[in-house]
Design a protein around this ligand. Structure first.
Ligand SMILES: Cc1cc2nc3c(=O)[nH]c(=O)nc-3n(C[C@H](O)[C@H](O)[C@H](O)COP(=O)(O)O)c2cc1C
Length: 349
């Protein structure tokens, strides 16, 4: 209640100030917050060798430095993805770099992996009680001369402290990063990480987070490489550099990645393609524009075992989490689906 009111106030502040204030408020209020009620068992998902109480997760970028994963779990998320974390701390791009497109229920960001670096994240992750699913999303420093070595260092430092690792090669805000989605580059990168995982004798699942702005041939390459590499899943998808027709906000012209409502249709279409291509051989996490139970349900039917949200949370506040879960159960009742896991991919058969 207080946090939902807080979210309304935050919308009056410049977006990055609001974000910082939200993180502060969340960490201060943590002990006072009542835990969300236990989830209906029909929402439980077993995937990646992990047990999720519900399929609704927090996407990367909200809690870049692993400051509040436990609070976000307490608010009712089924899992939380922290990061993107790079090996060394970095400031990110000059401000302003985060823009609300309120009339479009969207955001444009060009943050540029501002984060406190892997050591800070490691200390925080090590201190948490290992209850609930917390993933870590890793990336490369902007000024590195060996991007793949950066992923390897971040993986080596953080993998044992997280329940899964997401490899972010899809941010539009680090020049050249998306080049790692090309076949040969991706093969080498994933091989390095799978090798490091074996070296450390870890069983932590690896997921690749992809961009929506890829050609069908580019996607085909990614699917081939992902399937052959030994990783467990794909996160579909990051923000888009495209600007769908009809955006109303002046900020639509800002450079950076667009997220929120305008990303729902293209990201869900890509998810369907991914499901058609890889079936259930890889676990798919659907992200992009989820703002309701119906949106989450559409992603699950399109092949996602789990979904993630970020932008809609900024507009609607944490009450959204319970609404999505309630509406998912209603949709399941309507369609005679006993467990949410039974709905995965039913639109792609
Ligand atoms: C302000 C902002 C920062 C983000 N930072 C990251 C990031 O550091 N790493 C990442 O993988 N994705 C990042 N994302 C992308 C989200 O994780 C998500 O993939 C995307 O926003 C689509 O979901 P949404 O429409 O629910 O926001 C960021 C998104 C926003 C809006």
């Amino acid at each position: 209640m207080i946090l939902n009111a807080g979210a309304a106030v935050m919308r009056l502040l410049p977006p990055e100030t609001a974000h910082r204030a939200t993180l502060k408020l969340l960490s201060l209020a943590a002990p006072l917050l009542p835990a969300a009620p236990a989830d209906d068992p029909r929402l439980a998902v077993g995937a990646l060798g992990l047990s999720f109480p519900n399929p609704v997760g927090l996407a990367a970028g909200f809690d870049k430095d692993a400051e509040v994963p436990e609070v976000m779990l307490k608010l009712g998320f089924g899992f939380v993805e922290c990061g993107t974390v790079t090996p060394r701390p970095q400031a990110g791009n000059p401000r302003p770099r985060l823009f609300r497109l309120s009339a479009d229920r969207a955001v444009v960001n060009r943050m540029g992996f501002n984060n406190a670096g892997m050591e800070r994240a490691a200390v925080r992750l090590a201190a948490r009680r290992r209850r609930g699913v917390v993933g870590i999303n890793i990336g490369a420093n902007k000024d590195t001369n060996d991007r793949k070595a950066d992923y390897r260092s971040a993986f080596a430092r953080l993998a044992s402290l997280a329940d899964y690792v997401a490899v972010n090669v899809s941010s539009p805000n680090t020049p050249g990063l998306r080049g790692l989605q090309a076949r040969a580059e991706l093969e080498q990168l994933l091989a390095l990480l799978v090798e490091e995982r074996a070296r450390q004798r870890l069983h932590v699942p690896l997921l690749l987070k992809i961009a929506p702005d890829i050609s069908p041939a580019g996607f085909d390459d990614i699917a081939d490489v992902a399937l052959a590499s030994g990783i467990e899943g794909l996160i579909v998808c990051n923000t888009t550099i495209a600007r769908p027709a009809g955006l109303k906000s002046a900020h639509a012209r800002e450079s950076g990645g667009l997220s929120g409502a305008p990303l729902l249709a293209p990201s869900t279409a890509l998810l369907k393609e991914a499901r058609a291509r890889v079936g259930s051989k890889l676990v798919l996490i659907g992200a992009g524009g989820v703002a309701s139970g119906a949106d989450a349900y559409a992603k699950i039917r399109a092949g996602a075992s789990l979904v993630e949200i970020y932008t809609a949370l900024a507009f609607e506040g944490p009450g959204l989490i319970a609404r999505i879960k309630r509406d998912l159960l209603q949709a399941m009742n309507r369609d005679g689906i006993a467990r949410i896991a039974d709905a995965v991919g039913i639109d792609v058969r």
